[in-house]
Design a protein around this ligand. Structure first.
Ligand code: CAA
Ligand code: NAD
Length: 283
């Protein structure tokens, strides 16, 4: 199936990155969020990233203008009426995602593929909110999207082979590497990464070391590009908590219990880099 036009829902750090790489690969992109100011914020992130590419002489300003010219703004889901693919990257919450998918199912053409960038939520459950579960799929990009090469692709119970193949092909066209994984809570990436981050937060909570020391141990000792607390701030502490809750609920095992300090920070609105404060503070 040929995809020409797509909508990205959620213009946050993931949605804006996904819109950028899709427009770069030649797709016509509609970037949707709840408010114009959120869409504008996403577009300014794209603008900043592409300007850096121009400065580094990896792209001309004409190419940059062509890429941004392929992205249009939307605050109305109704704008998905003529798209071939939707990639949803709104907040990591099952109710929100099910409402979006149920709405999209009613307004998009029958051939439209509905993909979700969920970090951890069951694809089969999101697909069940629609009458086209065979056209629903997980397309899990990594942060920062323009840099990270992996896309986990997750089939729901009913996902059609043709839909899987189309998403695999698009992923390759975006210069990313598709890896198929099964529909289990957290898939593979966050099943392994998030318990490590949660354990780092417990290590801080129990006073084993300072945040700086914990990050330094993992950076210098394990060659991780970022320490786990810096990475948690980068991902977003709300997203980290939602993922841990999905693992905890999904497997029912206490080893996935979210650290109380993580809950406390999220309740305080300290969500990490995106709100200017998490384990660290940001300008
Ligand atoms: N957006 C776009 N590009 C970015 C970026 C961003 N937010 N941050 C960094 N970059 C680019 C820089 O422009 C630079 O590009 P060039 O070299 O081509 O100019 C390149 O990335 C390297 O950046 P820096 O030299 O500034 O810094 P760095 O070497 O420390 O790399 C990093 C930055 C790539 C983010 C690196 O620290 C890293 O890999 N961190 C770990 C990221 C990671 O683990 N991501 C997965 C998170 S988990 C996830 O995504 C799944 C989930 O569901 C939660
Ligand atoms: P974010 O908080 O940066 O952005 C989310 C955006 O979605 C916000 O701009 C918000 O206004 C918008 N939004 C919320 N409800 C909406 C709705 N009903 N319709 C349209 N827009 C809506 O979050 P993010 O980090 O970009 O994460 C988005 C999704 O991507 C989540 O499902 C998350 O789990 C997943 N994800 C995140 C990461 C990460 O590292 N942060 C990595 C991979 C996947």
């Amino acid at each position: 199936m040929e995809v020409k036009k797509l909508m990205v829902i959620g213009a946050g750090q993931m949605g804006s990155g996904i819109a950028q790489v899709c427009a770069h690969a030649g797709y016509e992109v509609v970037l949707n969020d709840l408010k114009t100011e959120f869409v504008e914020r996403g577009l300014s992130m794209i603008e900043k990233n592409l300007s850096r590419q121009v400065q580094k002489e990896r792209m001309t300003s004409g190419e940059k203008a062509e890429i941004t010219g392929r992205i249009s703004k939307s605050t109305d889901l109704q704008d998905a009426q003529d798209v071939d693919l939707v990639i949803e990257a709104a907040v990591e919450n099952m109710d929100v995602k099910c409402k979006i998918f149920s709405h999209l199912d009613k307004i998009t053409p029958a051939h439209t593929i509905l993909a979700t960038n969920t970090s951890s939520l069951p694809i089969t459950e999101i697909a069940a909110a629609t009458d086209r579960p065979e056209r629903v799929i997980g397309m899990h990009f990594m942060n920062p999207v323009p840099v990270m090469r992996l896309v986990e692709i997750i089939r729901g119970l009913a996902t059609a082979d043709e839909v899987y193949e189309t998403i695999e092909e698009i992923t390759t066209k975006l210069s990313k590497v598709p890896v198929e994984v099964n529909d289990f809570p957290g898939f593979v990436a966050n099943r392994i990464l998030m318990p490590m981050i949660n354990e780092a937060i417990y290590t801080l909570y129990e006073g084993v070391a300072t945040k700086e020391a914990i990050d330094e141990v993992m950076k210098l000792g394990m060659n991780h590009p970022m320490g786990p607390l810096t990475l948690a701030d980068f991902i977003g502490l709300d997203t980290c908590l939602y993922i841990m809750e999905t693992l905890h609920d999904g497997f029912g095992d206490d080893k996935y219990r979210p650290c109380p300090l993580l809950r406390k920070y999220v309740k305080a609105g300290w969500l990490g880099k995106k709100t200017g404060r998490g384990f660290y503070t940001y300008d």
